[in-house]
Design a protein around this ligand. Structure first.
Ligand SMILES: *Cc1c(COP(=O)(O)O)cnc(C)c1O
Length: 235
């Protein structure tokens, strides 16, 4: 299937989910997750109008980031990159300035590393706090009860702009089973928005290939789509 065709099918499903939940399509952005695909496929995704690309490891992203960067004649020729995976503190120096958004801020040591590099570069980094809503042991992210204190602490990190929350739902045989997790993240966002340090929390990064329609129905503003949109290629 061509990229354009896959995008068309995804758009149809997004439109239906918006329709069901009374939301506007304009309130949802797609991040095309290119971690399973080649440079060429990532370029095809970008050329089909997907300007937000996501990667979860710098090791896998590097060749793609460089390929876009080296052939770019203007900033418009480069995607807006999202770092969506667990970020090791020692990788911050690689991704800062290259990835516009960080979706996986989950601990103070990472905030400190991001703050120090970002302030040296004179940039502000929009970040999502990654939350383990489901409580599943294998999922990264902070526990919901840690959020208020963390938000408070982040107020002394002026180079970080905390724009929302991110979660991954556990793999579910029936997508419907993920609904409670996505609803939980939205409710947490609404609560945190009332707290000092939480006023900029407008965004919800949630929903992947298997569950994006439920996530949209529950308020996702960014969906992260890999397999269903750009495919999965063998190494
Ligand atoms: C891989 C990945 C995705 C996309 O996964 P698909 O199921 O292929 O859509 C989304 N978010 C994160 C954090 C990922 O690591």
């Amino acid at each position: 299937m061509t990229m354009a065709k896959r995008l068309e099918l995804v758009e149809r499903r997004i439109a239906a989910a918006c329709e069901r939940s009374g939301r506007s399509r304009d309130d949802i952005q797609i991040i095309a997750v290119t971690k399973y695909v080649s440079v060429d496929t990532a370029k095809a995704a970008f050329d089909s109008g997907l300007e937000h690309l996501g990667e979860n490891r710098w090791q896998d992203a590097k060749a793609k980031w460089e390929a876009f960067h080296e052939s770019a004649e203007s900033p418009n020729d480069e995607p807006i990159w999202h770092f969506i995976g667990t970020l090791q503190t020692n990788k911050v120096k690689e991704v800062i300035g290259k990835f516009t958004y960080i979706h996986s801020l989950d601990r103070l040591s990472l905030a400190e590393a991001l703050q120090s590099k970002a302030s040296l570069m004179g940039i502000t980094v929009p970040c999502f706090l990654q939350v383990n809503v489901s409580g599943e042991a294998s999922k990264h992210g902070m526990e919901p009860r840690e959020l208020p204190d963390f938000l408070q602490q982040l107020q002394s990190f002026p180079a970080l702009k905390i724009i929302g929350l991110m979660t991954m739902a556990p793999h579910a045989e029936h997508a419907e089973d993920t609904r409670a997790v996505f609803r939980g993240l939205r409710e947490l966002r609404d609560e945190m928005k009332q707290l000092p340090g939480g006023t900029d929390l407008t965004e919800l990064s949630m929903g992947m290939s298997n569950d994006f329609e439920i996530a949209i129905e529950e308020g996702a503003t960014w969906v992260r789509l890999g397999t269903i949109l750009v495919g999965k290629e063998e190494e």
